[in-house]
Design a protein around this ligand. Structure first.
Ligand SMILES: [Fe+2]
Length: 407
């Protein structure tokens, strides 16, 4: 990164405004009592996130990049970092340990004013980092809010689901060939996306569709535990939606943990695709070149997949054929992240960002696995080919499913 601060272009400033509106709208869904609750035991109380988004922007852009002195250092520190303890090991703070909502909102207002005044001096890379950090939280906040009782949320108007049609599972052959992983130098990416490199991938077969709730139901009926997103009521399985329980959407992707996904694959005598196999299925063509998106070069829109905040919950696995890859594999981007069999590890040439050294490095521990694709709540900018997500193998709250592969 060059030390010179380029004049920040208007487009980036507008994206920052749009991202702030996105996270503000999320907090508007909460009833006042909800802000001090902790809907997921392994994460902070929601009040933390109210301060965290602004504290992050302040710490990265104003304090670290531009050397601006703090006006409320105790909040800068309090709201600096999230937590990711092993499942079952929760923090033990109390609501009274946190400041009032009005104190946090006053801190936030002051930061936005100061950041807006500083933005033209800020290094562009850091502004990208702040922007994507906020949009990632727009997604992970949805996971947290998903686990709040329905009476603590204010639902928006929702479209009704169409009745289910039966999807026929199919396997698609992907021939051996090259896959390019990682981001090109000079383009924005997080540290774990570098360096760009090519790998040879042997031929394999992969599911045309993600595994559906109907398919996973067979596994549950054979004795497997039910996923976190399912609830049993009077002997029937319901889906735990964002704003209401619904009958189990049979042709929507099942959302599960890595452990559940890999057990299902084993039960079928199959496996999960590796990260490199996902790249081949998503971006390769029979001509030997690679695309930027599974469907080609056109920018993402709602016809290509269920991503970028159009919907709160999953759709049927065959509902967006315009997003199919060159080999005909559906929904590799959107409608739920996909677990890969690849532990999260650095690419050759990895260097941690000096201004955020723990962003990826803290998770190279063989306990987190790479997820590719996107969920309904993943922002369009993170649909780039090189983007990698990662979670613990038994973390059940992510909008993440899987498809099977055969080697
Ligand atoms: Fe964060």
């Amino acid at each position: 990164m060059s030390a010179a601060a380029p004049l920040l272009n208007q487009a980036l400033r507008e994206r920052m405004d749009a991202a702030r509106r996105r996270t503000d709208e999320l907090f508007d869904l909460l009833k006042p009592d909800a802000i001090y609750t902790r809907p997921i035991a392994e994460r902070h109380r929601l009040i933390f996130y109210l301060g965290h988004l602004e504290a992050f922007d302040w710490n990265q852009i104003a304090r670290n990049a531009l050397g601006v002195p703090s006006f409320q250092p105790e909040f800068d520190k309090l709201f600096e970092f999230g937590i990711d303890p092993p499942v079952g090991k929760a923090a033990e703070d109390r609501p009274s340990d946190w400041p009032s909502t009005s104190e946090v909102l006053a801190y936030n207002r002051r930061i936005r004013e100061r950041i807006d005044a500083l933005l033209d001096r800020a290094p562009e890379q850091i502004v990208h980092v702040a922007l994507e950090h906020r949009l990632m939280h727009a997604e992970t906040l949805a996971y947290l809010f998903h686990n709040l009782p329905y009476d603590q949320k204010i639902p928006p108007a929702l479209a009704l689901r169409k009745p289910d049609r039966q999807v026929q599972p199919a396997m698609i052959e992907i021939p051996r060939g090259e896959a390019t992983l990682g981001q090109r130098t000079g383009e924005f990416g997080w540290d774990n996306e570098f360096a760009e490199h090519s790998v040879q991938v042997p031929g394999f077969a992969i599911g045309k569709y993600k595994v559906t709730n109907a398919q996973y139901l067979d596994f549950v009926r054979d004795g497997a535990p039910a996923p976190h997103f399912w609830i049993e009521r009077h002997g029937e399985w319901l889906y735990r939606g964002m704003f209401a329980e619904t009958p189990l959407p049979l042709n929507a992707p099942v959302y599960v943990t890595y452990q559940e996904a890999s057990s299902y694959a084993r039960w079928k005598g199959l496996s999960l695709p590796a990260e490199t196999q996902f790249h081949r299925a998503a971006y390769a063509t029979s001509r030997g070149d690679e695309r930027h998106y599974p469907w080609g070069e056109a920018p993402p829109d709602a016809s290509r997949g269920n991503f970028d905040f159009y919907h709160w919950d999953p759709m049927d696995v065959d509902s967006t054929p315009a997003g199919d890859s060159a080999f005909g594999v559906s929904q590799l981007l959107g409608n739920g992240w996909e677990w890969t069999s690849t532990p999260f590890a650095p690419f050759p040439g990895f260097e941690a960002f000096a201004f955020y050294p723990g962003y990826s490095k803290n998770f190279f521990d063989q306990e987190h696995y790479v997820l590719k694709g996107a969920s309904p709540r993943t922002a369009a900018c993170m649909l780039r080919r090189s983007f990698r997500n990662w979670f613990r193998a038994n973390y059940p709250y992510v909008y993440a499913g899987f498809r099977v592969a055969e080697n």
